[in-house]
Design a binder for this molecule. Structure first.
Ligand SMILES: [Zn+2]
Length: 169
């Protein structure tokens, strides 16, 4: 069971609350921010938050007594993730968080030696982050991902509510 409610961050009626989820996932499919019961509290006192990579910490927001972080979605054909993009603002350049989408590509056989896996072999595929597509809005990236899922014959419903991934620093 899931409930759709208003998101405390973007205020859209797009916040999915998963009831039968032991970690209490809440995820907004409009702005892409998500939280779980591991992220109750503030940035100062939450221990899980302190284990996140610095970049992820910088993107986090506080609302409704929780810390919210941008979602990452990893699927066999592609990955959707938050990423900093340099933007000209006034007289200066600053980093702005956008959404990147990278497709899974085959690694040419002669290049596989550059991509060792952890089992003594080599990866044959990788996410093509060099050719990532950048989106301003999470929902736009999700639409693209759903389209790719259709092309790859993965039911759309399977990717509508991706799990909030722990990111290891
Ligand atoms: Zn939202």
């Amino acid at each position: 069971m899931k409930i759709v409610s208003n998101c405390p961050l973007c205020e859209e009626h797009a916040l999915h609350v998963i009831e039968k989820d032991s970690i209490g996932t809440q995820q907004c499919i409009n702005c892409g921010y998500a939280t779980t019961s591991n992220f109750i509290g503030t940035r100062e006192d939450n221990e899980t938050f302190k284990t996140l990579p610095e970049e992820m910490q910088s993107w986090s927001k506080e609302a409704n007594g929780n810390i919210w972080i941008p979602s990452m979605i990893t699927l066999p054909f592609g990955t959707l993730y938050p990423t900093n993009v340099e933007e000209v603002v006034g007289d200066g350049i600053r980093n702005v968080m956008k959404w990147g989408f990278a497709e899974m590509v085959d690694i040419p056989e002669e290049e596989q030696k550059n991509y060792p896996d952890e089992r003594g072999g080599y990866f044959k595929q990788r996410y093509d982050t060099d050719n990532q597509k950048i989106y301003d809005i999470f929902l736009e990236a999700m639409v693209e991902m759903n389209e790719k899922a259709r092309q790859n014959s993965i039911p759309e419903s399977k990717i509508k509510l991706p799990k909030l991934k722990r990111v290891d620093g």
